[in-house]
Design a protein around this ligand. Structure first.
Ligand code: C2E
Ligand code: CA
Ligand code: CA
Ligand code: CA
Length: 275
């Protein structure tokens, strides 16, 4: 039994080492990913539920690397944040998605908006606001067509975030709180930040059609947001039933596999909203 225990212990060590190695390998490959042109953006439609039409797109990063294969953003974005690589990656995402938007605007989809995820780590980039302003000008789109999505974070300096978000508003950009309800002290942000939209996290949408208390949570978020003059976007809508409940409670917009998965830019104009 003693021997067995020792073996288990060694196995645990090996597993730990492998994890650390994988992490290091991802970090090394991530450092070279931009210059090797390994990133791509996919776009998921955001549907206006009153008009039943696509109102915008959320840009979501994809990474394909020869050595580590396909790594999901949930895995590599935290590493990019820790290493500071999120700064150049974030600039690339903004520039690429705004140029894509310009292209759509020039090809008959003129009212379309683009939503871009911004990491809180980017708030500590000294030239964030001028960078965003210049990128908007370079792409030649109006700032009102850009929405910045931020996720609540425990590590956020609320004072600093508030200053930056007000500067963003002054540029004419819209602000969304992402994953609403999953984070920390969300309600106080509603008071302090100049927000336009709330995105209800997928975990509240999942059982909305089967579970009364989940429906109540979603309804309450929608009512509260509307009372504050904010519009509401439901994330992760996968079924007709979920959509029905959301429409019944006057949710403004929705996103999810029911409408479309995120797709490459050239496929986006071909997406049809199910009626
Ligand atoms: P998020 O911003 O909350 O994005 C929504 C995620 O849900 C996306 O995962 C999307 O593909 C997925 N999704 C959309 N509809 C459905 C659905 O109906 N069902 C299910 N099960 N999933 C759905 P993805 O693309 O893997 O991105 C994961 C997270 O990585 C994002 O969560 C965001 O926090 C982060 N991320 C992605 N792109 C960027 C980026 O360019 N910059 C930054 N800072 N973060 C990014
Ligand atoms: Ca998002
Ligand atoms: Ca989200
Ligand atoms: Ca998320």
């Amino acid at each position: 039994a003693k021997k067995q225990g020792r073996n288990n212990y060694q196995m645990y060590d090996v597993l730990l080492d492998r994890k650390a190695f994988e992490r290091l390998q991802i970090e090394n490959e991530l450092r070279k990913a931009l210059e090797r042109n390994e990133f791509a953006l996919h776009y998921q439609p955001i549907v206006n539920l009153c008009k039943n039409e696509i109102k915008g797109a959320e840009a979501l990063i994809r990474w394909q690397n020869e050595r580590v294969g396909h790594v999901s953003p949930d895995q590599f974005i935290p590493i990019a944040e820790e290493t500071g690589l999120i700064i150049p990656i974030g600039e690339w995402v903004l520039k690429t998605s705004l140029l894509q938007l310009k292209d759509w605007h020039s090809n008959g989809m003129d009212g379309l908006t683009i939503s871009v995820n911004l990491s809180i780590r980017q708030f500590y980039q000294p030239d964030l606001i001028p960078m965003i302003k210049e990128t908007i000008e370079l792409a030649g789109v109006e700032p009102r067509f850009l929405t910045i999505e931020i996720t609540e974070s425990m590590t956020m300096d609320v004072e600093k975030a508030s200053v930056i978000l007000h500067e963003l508003k002054e540029l004419g950009v819209n602000i969304s709180i992402d994953d609403f309800g999953t984070g920390y002290s969300s309600l106080s942000y509603l008071k302090r930040f100049p927000i336009d939209h709330l995105k209800i996290d997928r975990c509240f949408v999942k059982d909305i059609a089967d579970n009364k208390s989940d429906e109540n949570i979603a309804t309450t978020i929608i009512l509260m947001a509307h009372n504050l003059g904010l519009s509401v976007i439901a994330e992760g809508v996968e079924t007709e039933d979920q959509l029905g409940v959301l429409k019944q409670h006057r949710c403004n917009e929705a996103q999810g596999y029911h409408f479309s998965k995120p797709v490459p830019g050239e496929e986006f104009p071909g997406i049809k909203v199910p009626s």
